[in-house]
Design a binder for this molecule. Structure first.
Ligand SMILES: NC(=O)c1ccc[n+]([C@@H]2O[C@H](COP(=O)([O-])OP(=O)(O)OC[C@H]3O[C@@H](n4cnc5c(N)ncnc54)[C@H](OP(=O)(O)O)[C@@H]3O)[C@@H](O)[C@H]2O)c1
Length: 253
């Protein structure tokens, strides 16, 4: 459990994909640290389950790929709390797509969610982040900087997010806005089911991943969330443009 931090008291955090996995754990951790949290995702029931963990969490059901969604998310946060300090671009999806099965529609759908939506959210949040000298945290993946055979476009979409992170960090540094990324390794969540894999395949993938990870297991969302909060913490004043990998050592294996 994250204890309440004076640095987060009454700060406002918008986090996408907060109805499950890493996003839910992070929303709860931010709320425990004293922040007001706007939890965004498509499924109202999943968001409500997250919000049930803390009165500091409000929900905003939205598909962030829809035109106008980014402006609406930011408007809801500002109407409610008057300021926006942290944007966490967490919503994302993976897709099994060997080169032989690649289609324009599948690439566009993946990049709409993993690259375009975070970009438009950051753009909509920018005037408020300027005022707050706030920060953006993008959730990449350990596969944003290493190969992922069979899901190359997922890896490429996260590589794009990492490059956006570095470029925005320099672009916005003079305004006191920090931009960082967290690159988790395989973590318990709904991601594999959301990718359409069967339960048998999911169990096999999980066993294979755990066997390749030096620490011998997949991560838990709360272990990742602790670093989400740390990187976004306003007291982390001199860290920008960095990609922190948290993957049980997988990157070294
Ligand atoms: N778990 C891992 O092994 C792992 C590893 C590296 C990186 N990551 C990254 O971590 C982030 C969180 O994933 P997770 O593992 O926690 O998976 P998850 O449980 O599937 O969470 C993804 C969340 O994104 C939301 N979402 C999906 N499409 C959306 C849309 N169009 N608009 C709004 N929200 C949408 C989903 O909620 P709705 O369906 O209700 O919209 C869901 O709550 C992702 O960016 C993922 O790529 C995960």
């Amino acid at each position: 459990m994250t204890s309440q931090s004076p640095e987060f008291t009454d700060r406002t955090v918008v986090i996408t994909g907060a109805g499950s996995g890493i996003g839910r754990a992070s929303a709860i951790a931010f709320a425990q640290a004293g922040a007001h949290v706007l939890a965004v995702g498509r499924r109202t029931d999943a968001l409500e389950e997250t919000a049930a963990e803390s009165p500091r969490i409000a929900v905003h059901p939205a598909d962030i790929r829809v035109p106008g969604a980014a402006e609406e998310v930011v408007r809801v946060a500002i109407d409610r709390w008057g300021h926006l300090d942290v944007l966490v671009n967490n919503a994302g999806a993976t897709k099994v797509m060997p080169l032989a099965d690649t289609t324009a529609e599948s690439i566009a759908a993946l990049f709409d969610l993993n690259v375009t939506a975070p970009s438009l959210l950051a753009c909509a949040a920018l005037p408020h982040l300027r005022r707050a000298r706030g920060s953006i945290l993008n959730i990449s993946s350990t596969f944003g900087h290493r190969p992922l055979p069979g899901a190359a476009h997922y890896a490429a979409s996260k590589a794009a997010l990492e490059q956006l992170t570095r470029s925005w960090a320099v672009e916005l540094a003079a305004e006191g806005i920090r931009v960082n990324a967290l690159a988790p390794g395989p973590t318990e969540s709904q991601a594999l089911a959301a990718a359409g894999l069967s339960s048998t395949v999911i169990e096999q993938v999980k066993r294979d991943e755990a066997a390749r990870i030096p620490l011998g297991r997949r991560g838990e969302p709360a272990e990742v969330a602790a670093w989400v909060v740390r990187l976004a913490d306003p007291s982390t004043t001199w860290l920008t443009g960095q990609i922190l990998t948290i993957d049980g050592g997988l990157e070294l294996a």
